[in-house]
Ligand binder design. Structure first.
Ligand code: MG
Length: 373
């Protein structure tokens, strides 16, 4: 396949650099170093014990947020490679894309946001990720945080949405009103491909639906199921499912590559600056692939995310977070140091939110059990 025009690749030599200047490394460029810094961060390791969708006590094979992140990185790198974009920047962004996620998946994010809204504030996992890499990770003597390059920080706050000037004053340095480079734009769709297909896999093995039901309700899935049934009429349902899933990922990734190439050609965009000033994002799936992806999403919503067992688990998770939040808010001195000290200098709800958001599922459960909540 043809790569995109060479000037659409974000050239690491043009990086706006780091907040605290550092000497160059003899053989790793700044985006490669950022990727490595993310992998070595504590917040990255904690992803191992954060739920993606299904709590781990149901099965040993489900994705958690760490294995999900690796799948996103793998897909994103492939797309960047084929399109001729910068793989190191792409990989750094993919590895960082979920490090701001609180415990208990979306239920955790929703509950923390609900708690913060009582104080006129919000919880957003992308902004939380920025705070992690800017200040919470303490690994360097000379500066707080990981001192990542501008483009990685920009990608962390912009990979899933754009914002306008004045919309978020604390993000004014990240070029409001402009699109991020293509490397950052593709993370969101690589994420979508990874979670749709992985959730389908995990949910099928957990017995949420049968292969025939997915084939009956998702036209694109049925097409592949027929193909596989003709090719391998004798194999088990489980193997057929994997043969379908593999083709599904391939079709979605190919659609993302093709859709982006078409959008870039139609827009006539030839440089990163033009990508930034283009009125809309240029990374997209072809219309047929976007439909397949939307069909997968709505099937998963009906059969999995909105199903009774997942809803029960979500309610339980939200109640635990609410109870813990209330426990610390009642007396912020109950927080461990250094959070208790911080809570005397800053609004306590902010410190409590940061503390809980950083917890793994396991740590949160153990803490609640210890406190009798
Ligand atoms: Mg994700």
């Amino acid at each position: 396949m043809e790569p995109l025009p060479a000037n659409l690749r974000f050239d690491v030599a043009l990086s706006r650099g780091r907040r605290y200047p550092e000497p160059e490394h003899p053989y790793r460029n700044p985006f490669q170093r950022d990727r490595d810094r993310i992998v070595h961060a504590r917040a990255f390791r904690r992803l191992e014990d954060k739920t993606q969708v299904f709590p781990p006590d149901l099965s040993d094979h489900f994705r958690n947020r760490l294995t999900h992140t690796l799948e996103v990185a793998q897909i994103a790198r492939t797309v960047a490679n084929v399109l001729g974009l910068d793989q190191d920047l792409t990989e750094a962004l993919a590895l960082a894309h979920d490090i701001g996620h609180p415990p208990f998946a979306h239920a955790g994010e929703e509950e923390l946001d609900r708690q913060m809204q009582r104080f006129g504030e919000r919880f957003d996992h992308n902004l939380h990720a920025l705070r992690i890499v800017e200040s919470f990770e303490q690994r360097y003597a000379r500066f707080p945080g990981l001192n990542l390059t501008f483009e990685v920080r920009e990608g962390i706050v912009k990979h899933s949405r754009d914002f306008q000037p004045g919309e978020q004053p604390d993000l004014d340095e990240y070029l409001p009103g402009l699109r991020p480079p293509l490397e950052a734009q593709l993370i969101d769709l690589a994420d979508e491909i990874a979670y749709n297909t992985a959730d389908l896999d995990d949910a099928c093995s957990a017995g949420f639906f049968r292969l025939e039901e997915a084939a009956a309700e998702i036209p694109g899935f049925r097409e592949l199921a027929d193909l596989v049934a003709r090719e391998y009429p004798e194999v088990s349902e489980r193997l057929r499912f994997h043969e379908i899933l593999r083709r599904l990922i391939d079709r979605l990734v190919t659609g993302l590559i093709e859709g982006t190439r078409q959008a870039v050609l139609e827009a006539g965009v030839k440089t990163v600056e033009q990508v930034r000033h283009h009125p809309e994002r240029l990374v997209r799936m072809t219309p047929e692939t976007a439909r397949l992806s939307a069909d997968l999403k709505s099937f998963l919503r009906r059969r999995v995310y909105d199903s009774e067992p997942v809803r029960v688990e979500r309610r339980r998770s939200m109640a635990l977070i609410a109870a813990l939040f209330a426990y610390y808010l009642e007396d912020p001195d109950r927080l461990p140091e250094p959070y208790a000290r911080q809570a005397r200098l800053m609004p306590p709800h902010r410190v409590i939110c940061d503390y809980i958001a950083g917890m793994t599922d396991g740590f949160l459960r153990r803490t609640c059990r210890r406190l009798g909540l």
